[in-house]
Design a protein around this ligand. Structure first.
Ligand SMILES: Cc1ncc(COP(=O)(O)O)c(C=O)c1O
Length: 355
């Protein structure tokens, strides 16, 4: 693969930050190394000393003074090594990417930590897309075809998959990463829906030459994702092991399955005559197609607000957000089944009024 041909001029021009490189050398060095190089502040001056965080299963994550100093200090732009190692093993087990054992220049699978998957996505787009470029968007059902087309026409595939861990039925759908024959998949994963959204932990997985470019961008922007949150998540994952992690994920899936089913039964109760939908197989949203309403923008952004029900008009997710769109997106993540039921009762009345 000739990765250079995909890079934007800005990305191609990125050079490693010499100061960041020295910081990373320092952190890998034995205590006998005397560093007068890095601009790291002395953590003895920081006001925080130690902490312990209780996990719901009774476990404790403890940061003694030494760990706390590390958590509060600068760290590598690609992420802390123990979190990266854990995640690489998880990716290999979940997706078995053929690229795992390739050489670096042939597109060996590599990873970096990002501040939520959104940061990774944003940096991947800035690495690859110039104004005026054409971008193909897929329909999920045709992933095999898209993978084959990408090989035929030498395209890269960006796989944004934050709801991967919220799939209700097993086996989970095969990912593009699992089909990556020649290192052309860049995948973003998120812990937002399964561990916490505010900690801001996500991952970019892809061929090493491209992950390296994302890391150069991180060096120049945030420097790295919070060391504290990475250590917190890393301790949790090392304590759980992969099995414990996947058990936790199963618990989250069951919560959302119950919520989804509650929303589906309220939809059946209130919306049957005025809308149609499919039961979602993953995630936290029901997509509702309103019958007889060509565009839901006004219905949702004006009338529904007046009736105190918040939904998202489908148009905002479309390529051209001003095109008429009869869809509405309803989240079943946060509201109680009673609230969902009341919301659909109000939505049903609104739709009937507007027909
Ligand atoms: C499709 C999609 N991609 C990416 C993200 C960003 O997630 P994160 O919290 O990991 O930045 C979201 C958030 O909801 C999303 O829905």
């Amino acid at each position: 693969m000739n990765y250079a041909r995909f890079l934007t001029a800005v990305s191609a021009a990125r050079k490693p930050s010499p100061i960041r490189m020295l910081t990373e050398i320092q952190q890998r060095s034995p205590p006998s190394m005397i560093s007068l190089a890095a601009g790291a502040p002395n953590p003895n001056t920081f006001p925080f000393q130690s902490c312990s965080i209780q996990v719901k299963n009774g476990d404790m994550l403890t940061f003694d003074e030494t760990m706390m100093k590390r958590a509060l200090q600068y760290s590598a732009s690609s992420g802390i090594p123990e979190l990266l190692t854990w995640m690489k093993n998880l990716q290999k087990n979940l997706h078995s990417p053929p690229t795992a054992n390739y050489s670096a220049e042939k597109g060996q699978m590599d990873m970096c930590v990002t501040t939520g998957s959104q940061e990774g996505l944003c940096k991947v787009f800035e690495m690859l897309v110039n104004p005026g470029d054409n971008v193909l968007l897929d329909a999920p059902t045709y992933s095999g075809t898209l993978a084959a087309l990408a090989r035929q026409y030498d395209l890269l595939i960006i796989e944004d998959d934050p709801y991967y861990f919220l799939q209700f039925d097993k086996p989970w759908a095969p990912t593009f990463l699992s089909m990556d024959v020649d290192g052309r998949i860049i995948r973003t994963d998120s812990f937002s829906k399964i561990l916490s959204s505010g900690l801001r932990i996500g991952f970019v997985t892809g061929p090493k030459p491209l992950v390296d470019r994302v890391v150069l961008h991180i060096q120049a922007s945030t420097m790295h994702t919070s060391t504290f949150t990475q250590l917190m998540v890393s301790q949790l994952l090392h304590g759980w092991g992969q099995e414990g992690f996947l058990n936790h994920v199963d618990g989250v899936i069951e919560f959302y399955r119950t919520q989804r089913d509650a929303m589906l039964s309220s939809a059946d109760k209130w919306l049957k005559d005025v809308a149609e939908w499919h039961a979602p197989a993953a995630g936290m949203f029901l997509w509702i197609k309103v019958k007889g309403v060509a565009d839901t923008q006004k219905l949702i952004m004006e009338k529904a607000l007046e009736k105190e029900v918040l939904l998202v008009p489908g148009g905002v997710f479309m390529i051209n957000s001003s095109d008429p769109c009869p869809y509405v997106r309803a989240a079943f993540s946060l509201s109680t089944p009673q609230q969902i039921d009341e919301a659909f009762k109000r939505l049903s009345a609104l739709i009937k009024e507007s027909l």
